[in-house]
Design a protein around this ligand. Structure first.
Ligand SMILES: Nc1ncnc2c1ncn2[C@@H]1O[C@H](COP(=O)(O)OP(=O)(O)OP(=O)(O)O)[C@@H](O)[C@H]1O
Ligand SMILES: [Mg+2]
Length: 236
């Protein structure tokens, strides 16, 4: 099957500083893939490349057969890529409903705003109960649900999630992962996590990113059993 996301030999810089070297990976439609790595490995930087927030200095990123080179972030969202950013970044003074509506800005999503709202609230009923509250009054877990809901409002085909579990209680993390796993194969998910065990349990395949380079990849079930991975990332 043709890849939905195809990344070939990408180098990426923050200003003068190179943070990614020769990154290649490929994600098929409907797959759930994780990129794992410790602090500063370059996970968020990689997602910045995929959303066109930081264009790669070398290599190419293709989505559904189209190159992202020269595209602005808004155009990339319009193509069907949505990011749940690290730290959630909800608009704290705006209501839950307004936050969700902000997610529906691509032209293709605007006409379906009402259905999308219903869909997101059915996934995360607490957002319906809190719809008129300022987002800043939500708990961390609820804010993460809101950030995911806002991303889904753009009707993406590829959902990028940066550090879903950060700062959340394990029970909450588990419940959000369960909801994501019920979204079905119409949605492809690329997940970036420091929480290696959660991410390997959720994903089908994973890549290990170390100091800006992919050092390993494989089926998540195999990596979960791997002695080196367990020692390095699971403390076992
Ligand atoms: N705006 C920036 N300007 C310069 N360097 C940056 C910038 N943002 C990140 N970096 C550097 O790029 C490298 C990769 O950072 P990045 O945030 O992508 O890592 P990460 O894997 O997401 O880490 P974490 O797990 O802590 O979120 C780090 O060395 C970081 O210091
Ligand atoms: Mg990060």
């Amino acid at each position: 099957m043709a890849a939905l996301l195809e990344v070939a030999h990408v180098d990426l810089f923050h200003g003068e500083t190179q943070v990614l070297w020769d990154i290649s990976l490929s994600i098929a439609p409907g797959e759930r893939v994780a990129i794992l790595g410790s602090n500063g490995a370059g996970k968020s930087s990689f997602l910045a490349g995929v959303t066109a927030a930081i264009p790669p200095a070398a290599g190419e990123i293709r989505f559904d057969g189209q190159t992202l080179a020269g595209k602005r972030p808004h155009a990339v969202t319009g193509l069907g890529i949505a990011l749940v950013p690290e730290g959630r970044r909800v608009y704290k003074d705006m209501s839950v409903r307004e936050n969700l509506e902000m997610g529906a800005f691509p032209k293709s999503a605007r006409g379906r705003l009402k259905q999308s709202l219903e869909y997101v609230i059915q996934l995360f009923p607490i957002l319906g109960q809190r719809r008129d509250q300022p987002a800043g009054t939500l708990s961390g877990g609820e804010q993460q649900m809101l950030a995911i809901g806002r991303a889904l409002m753009s009707r993406p085909r590829l959902l990028l999630v940066d550090e879903l579990s950060l700062g959340l209680a394990p029970m909450i993390t588990k419940s959000i992962y369960r909801t994501l796993s019920e979204l079905g194969s119409g949605l492809t998910i690329l997940l970036v996590e420091q929480n290696v065990e959660q991410a390997l349990n959720f994903s089908q395949r994973a890549y290990i990113l170390e100091s800006g380079r992919i050092t390993r990849s494989g089926r998540s079930a195999d990596l979960l059993q791997d002695a080196d991975i367990r020692r390095a990332y699971l403390g076992i």
